[in-house]
Design a protein around this ligand. Structure first.
Ligand SMILES: Nc1nc2c(c(=O)[nH]1)N[C@H]1C(S)=C(S)[C@@H](COP(=O)(O)OP(=O)(O)OC[C@H]3O[C@@H](n4cnc5c(N)ncnc54)[C@H](O)[C@@H]3O)O[C@H]1N2
Ligand code: MOO
Length: 373
């Protein structure tokens, strides 16, 4: 299979984004998902005629005789006769017959009698006045934001029918990779595993787990067979060295991308496994892994690209055949390269706001800026 252009590889990954089937999930698990059906009000808001102020519910003409007290969540006071008042808390149901609520600030009260200017209907929130029962409040496809979660809970929902985020499993390979502390001689600290959870969430996925693997075809094959995620990410093992076993393990898979004309990150792989799950193989060099993740994994998880373009303000060496991903910061005169962009180091990416995608042979003009998580 020949090396694909960076644009083609990215478009192919986007075309293989497969949102999981809709599911009913608890509110605590649906933040960031899309609603699979319209959201309806199971109850009206407010649920009854309630007081909008702390004060006195009154009926008839002042002075009113104080006959009781009603708190939100406490026992309701059944009904008021003309000339009566009850002390009432915000949110408590008003007794039947209440004409108005007189806030404490406007009331002249001595513990037995209440006087003050009560305007008919004032400070009473009527049942269903904010949201009528059965109202459709949001359409299918709405992204579940914190406000949507609060709204849904207020309307009586414990679960929502949503399009779940694709589950992503990460396999980090390499005998030389260590996962804590200082790497000793011949060792390297894992810099990709810690980068992926945030990137996966940002792209629209849900991290299902990170598995650490030694080099070896068998270990990789067994680990892959044990995954039931929608998307599996394999870090390292994507090149052609003696310890790079990913290709051998993908013999039964449909390999869609094997190598992309991009620097860094050219040894990247996209495949559909026999199980139907998608696999993204990222190179072991950390900045190359980030470039590959932005090319294949992010579109695969459904995050659309914004298509922002910018002039480049600073020296950039285009590659004759490959797209070059250059860490940049935005400035008035254009995107300024921040340097420190070797494939083995995330320094430049950590300083940057975006990656400029500099096309092969580029010799001026605006370039696309790829968002960084
Ligand atoms: N003969 C060829 N050799 C290489 C090619 C090539 O085209 N032909 N491409 C080079 C490029 S470019 C890259 S990038 C790497 C990709 O290699 P792999 O994906 O097989 O990864 P490894 O060989 O395991 O590791 C490469 C490099 O990255 C370090 N590494 C690995 N995992 C991690 C990790 N989780 N965190 C931090 N660093 C990691 C590893 O120690 C190596 O230094 O292949 C080139 N070779
Ligand atoms: O392109 Mo490799 O992907 O240089 O590090």
């Amino acid at each position: 299979m020949s090396t694909l252009s960076w644009e083609r590889a990215r478009a192919l990954a986007a075309a293989h984004a497969r949102p999981p089937a809709p599911a009913d999930l608890p509110l605590a698990e649906v933040y960031g998902c899309r609603l699979a059906e319209p959201l309806r009000a199971l109850v009206p808001v407010p649920g009854a005629d309630v007081s909008a102020m702390d004060g006195y519910a009154v009926r008839g003409q002042p002075p009113w005789r104080l006959v009781g007290r009603v708190l939100a969540g406490g026992a309701a006071y059944p009904s008021l006769a003309g000339g009566e008042a009850v002390e009432i808390a915000t949110g408590a149901p008003v007794p039947e017959g209440t004409a108005a609520v007189l806030p404490y600030e406007a009331a002249d009260a001595d513990g037995h009698w209440v006087k003050g200017p009560a305007e008919s209907g004032r400070h009473i929130r009527r049942r269903g006045e904010d949201i009528p029962e059965h109202a459709v409040v949001l359409g299918a496809g709405t992204v579940v934001t914190p406000s949507v979660l609060g709204l849904a809970a207020g309307l009586g929902h414990d679960r929502l029918r949503v399009v779940p985020k694709p589950a992503v499993s990460v396999l980090v390979t390499g005998d030389e990779v260590v996962f804590a502390g200082l790497p000793g001689p011949g060792r390297v600290r894992d810099a990709i595993g810690p980068m992926l959870p945030g990137l996966v969430e940002w792209a629209g996925g849900r991290l299902a787990g990170v598995v650490r693997l030694p080099d070896g075809e068998r270990a990789l094959r067994e680990a892959l067979a044990g995954q039931d995620a929608d998307v599996v990410v394999v870090c390292g093992a994507s090149s052609k060295g003696p310890a790079d076993h990913l290709r051998a393990v993908l013999r039964d898979a449909e390999v869609l991308v094997d190598g992309v004309a991009v620097r860094p990150g050219h040894p990247q792989i996209l495949a559909r496994l026999a199980s139907g799950a998608m696999l993204a193989g990222l190179p072991g060099n950390p900045f190359a892994a980030l470039g590959a993740a932005l090319t294949l994994l992010v579109p695969l998880l459904g995050r659309p690209y914004r298509g922002e373009t910018s002039a480049l303000a600073g020296p950039v060496r285009a590659h004759p055949r490959d797209t070059r991903l250059v860490p940049v910061r935005r400035a008035e005169k254009g995107a300024v390269p921040v340097g420190h962009d070797r494939p083995g180091s995330l320094w430049g990416a950590a300083l940057a706001e975006a990656l400029a995608a500099v096309p092969p042979g580029w010799c001026g003009g605006p370039v696309e800026l790829i968002e960084l998580p």
